[in-house]
Design a protein around this ligand. Structure first.
Ligand code: E4P
Length: 217
């Protein structure tokens, strides 16, 4: 499973990228707002840092303007993936940009039927939002499993990019289901290394080591 980082915080991306944990990046208008940076400037910086796809989202609601925004975003770098919402205008934009060879991430997906439409429109990635479904008492992981089955049934090449990840369990469950990619905030990815038994085991080893009075270096 590929790891994308869901942030526009360049320092946080760089830290994980240095460890080989970053296969791509996703941003959205809220994350750009949070960064306090200009969208073109920060996106270019991220694209220069990371080899994999970097999703940058359009903000128009009508197809013609979305397509124009998508083309402008695609000019930022080779690894730009234009992010469009799952609306008819977004699907039209997806088809137009995909046909022209631009990578497209269709976002704000909350149903298997929406994912089916995105695949037929040629999406590179479909982004089902797990956490936001969980927020309304719908199991977001069921959606990932349904999309996996449908895409496998028909050999669609669109990759499932599990989004709105809130916990390390989401990461594990998405990997078990077979999501192609998970995009998660840096904090969630870092938490995957934590285990209380690792911590207590290390504390005990350090205490015993101190008693030996030895040094390795
Ligand atoms: C995905 O591409 C989105 O940017 C993101 O995962 C949304 O997550 P949220 O529901 O935590 O805002």
């Amino acid at each position: 499973m590929k790891f994308f980082v869901d942030t526009a915080d360049v320092a946080a991306i760089a830290e994980l990228n240095d460890l080989g944990m970053v296969d791509g990046v996703t941003t959205n208008p809220s994350l750009i707002m949070k960064s306090g940076r200009d969208i073109i400037e920060v996106t270019k910086e991220i694209c220069d840092l990371v080899e994999g796809p970097v999703s940058a989202e359009v903000v128009a609601l009508e197809a013609d303007e979305m397509i124009a925004e998508g083309r402008k975003l695609a000019e930022i770098a080779e690894n730009i993936c234009v992010k469009v919402p799952l609306t008819w205008a977004g699907l039209k934009t997806c088809k137009t940009l995909s046909d022209a060879g631009t990578k497209v991430n269709v976002t704000l997906c909350f149903s298997a039927n929406q994912a089916l439409l995105a695949a037929k429109a040629g999406a590179t990635f479909i982004s089902p939002f797990i956490g936001r479904l969980d927020d309304i008492n719908v199991d977001g992981l069921d959606l990932i499993a349904d999309i996996r089955t449908i895409y496998d049934n028909y050999a669609f090449e669109t990759e499932i990019l599990a989004a709105s990840i809130r916990s390390v369990n989401h990461m594990k469950d998405c990997a078990l289901i077979g999501a192609d990619v998970c995009t998660a905030p840096p904090g969630v990815i870092k938490k995957m290394a934590d285990h209380p038994l690792t911590k207590s085991g290390l504390d005990a080893f350090m205490a015993d080591w101190a008693k030996t009075g030895q040094k390795i270096l």
